[in-house]
Design a protein around this ligand. Structure first.
Ligand code: CMC
Length: 390
């Protein structure tokens, strides 16, 4: 019945109306609630950005303090959730654990949850923003065989995360303000990006009225792939594999070869056909962090030279392939001491606010419909079934 547009990969499909994030891919502009990302990354902190994504306006001082307190009060996870980790293999990928444990939150908050009530929706959002760092740090601690570190209410959002990641029972982690600021900036730069694969996944899952914690787990799953959030991990592995600036031309040639599946990780974007504005801030931040921590990382030299060569290469220029957010984030995370297999988890915890803000916006609409794309059927025509002779 009726016609539909065939658009695999949704290159030309607008799936919803939204007031949260604006992107102009040709000009390289990214605004959250109207505010440019570079201003937010340098002048606001992550919790301010969370507040505005969720509520529509930047908070005043009082609103900010109240929001911070609410988030802080929700950082602990139910003790029962600790037991989930024991079911995983020691070498489980942290994204696998985070995906599963986030989904398991739905079993703690389901029966009394009314998703049509705005207050209850917001409470789910606060819980998720607050608990994702706790779950992320637990996945890391489990993977290295150390006891979990409980959240601390006297610390800022990023300080608390770093403390849960790096403190050990005998020794509190000394939090450098430079590192905490860099961490906060990484969170901010990943907070939202309109209808990307994982956000669209969360909206699609949520459009059936599903439990929000389960929807966020669907977002985590979608983010994991190397074409999306997994690119930061893949990018750092690629930079390590390239190893030295002398090897760059070989990898550039491989990226251009259509018979080779290799792509330059951290390059290209479905929407940006210009510099990704997040990459510009991330690049500056990477330099700042390495300088302040007095780290000389040869991978930064490889990254800068790779960027320079690619930006001058005809193939990349013609296809408008520029560095994206994931190109420099790995260098910052590595400098902070975060292991490579945790990079996509950091992206997931940062993006949780974007996912849940979109879910909240969608659920607030009076005309909200279940998402249900159509298909072009290319299978067998109608035929008769022949039962087995028994
Ligand atoms: N290296 C080499 N060639 C590339 C690259 C790359 N990184 N990205 C795209 N191309 C080529 C691609 O081969 C294609 O060539 P042709 O037209 O000759 O077939 C053309 O550019 C267009 O690529 P596409 O795959 O059709 O474009 P898309 O919009 O479907 O994909 C992308 C966008 C981000 C998946 C892709 O650019 C890519 O795989 N990049 C590497 C992975 C990456 O860095 N992902 C992070 C994205 S930003 C953060 C996030 O969203 O999570």
């Amino acid at each position: 019945h009726g016609y539909f547009t065939f658009d695999p990969g949704f290159l030309a499909t607008g799936s919803c109306e939204s007031k949260i994030t604006y992107i102009d891919g040709d000009q390289g502009i990214l605004l959250h609630r109207g505010y440019p990302i570079d201003q937010l990354a340098t002048q606001a902190d992550y919790l301010e950005v969370c507040y505005m994504l969720l509520h529509g306006e930047a908070p005043n001082e009082k609103e900010y303090e109240e929001f911070k307190e609410t988030i802080t009060n929700h950082t602990m996870v139910h003790q029962g959730l600790h037991g989930f980790f024991n079911g995983f293999r020691r070498d489980a990928h942290p994204m696998a654990m985070v995906c599963a444990v986030t989904g398991a939150l739905s079993s703690f908050y389901h029966d009394d949850l009314d998703i049509h009530d705005e207050k209850q929706r917001l409470r789910s959002a606060y819980r998720l923003i607050a608990k994702m760092p706790t779950i992320a740090a637990m996945a890391y601690k489990f993977s290295i065989g150390q006891p979990f570190v409980y959240p601390r209410n006297d610390l800022s959002y990023s300080e608390n995360f770093l403390n849960m990641m790096f403190s050990v029972p005998a020794e509190d982690y000394e939090i450098s303000p430079v590192v905490a600021k860099a961490m906060d900036r990484v969170f901010t730069l990943h907070a939202d990006h309109e209808q990307n694969a994982s956000t669209s996944t969360v909206r699609l899952a949520g459009s059936s009225g599903a439990n929000p914690y389960a929807c966020i787990a669907a977002g985590v799953a979608s983010l994991w792939g190397p074409a999306h959030g997994g690119a930061n991990e893949a990018c750092l592995r690629m930079l390590s594999e390239i190893g030295s600036v002398d090897n760059i031309p070989e990898y550039i040639e491989r990226a251009k070869d259509k018979n080779d599946p290799f792509r330059l990780m951290g390059f290209g974007h479905r929407v940006y056909k210009n510099f990704d504005p997040r990459a510009t801030v991330m690049r500056e931040s990477a330099h700042e962090v390495l300088k302040e921590l007095n780290i000389k990382d040869p991978l930064l030299d490889v990254a800068m030279e790779l960027e320079r060569i690619a930006l001058e290469d005809e193939y990349f220029v013609e296809k408008k392939l520029y560095p994206n957010v994931d190109f420099y984030s790995g260098i910052i995370l590595k400098a902070i001491g975060i292991p490579t297999n945790m990079f996509t988890v950091i992206f997931a915890l940062s993006r949780t606010v974007g996912w849940i803000s979109h879910w909240h916006e969608m659920m607030s609409e009076s005309s909200q419909k279940i998402g249900r794309p159509r298909q072009l059927y290319t299978g067998e025509a109608k035929r008769d079934f022949k039962p087995l002779k028994r």
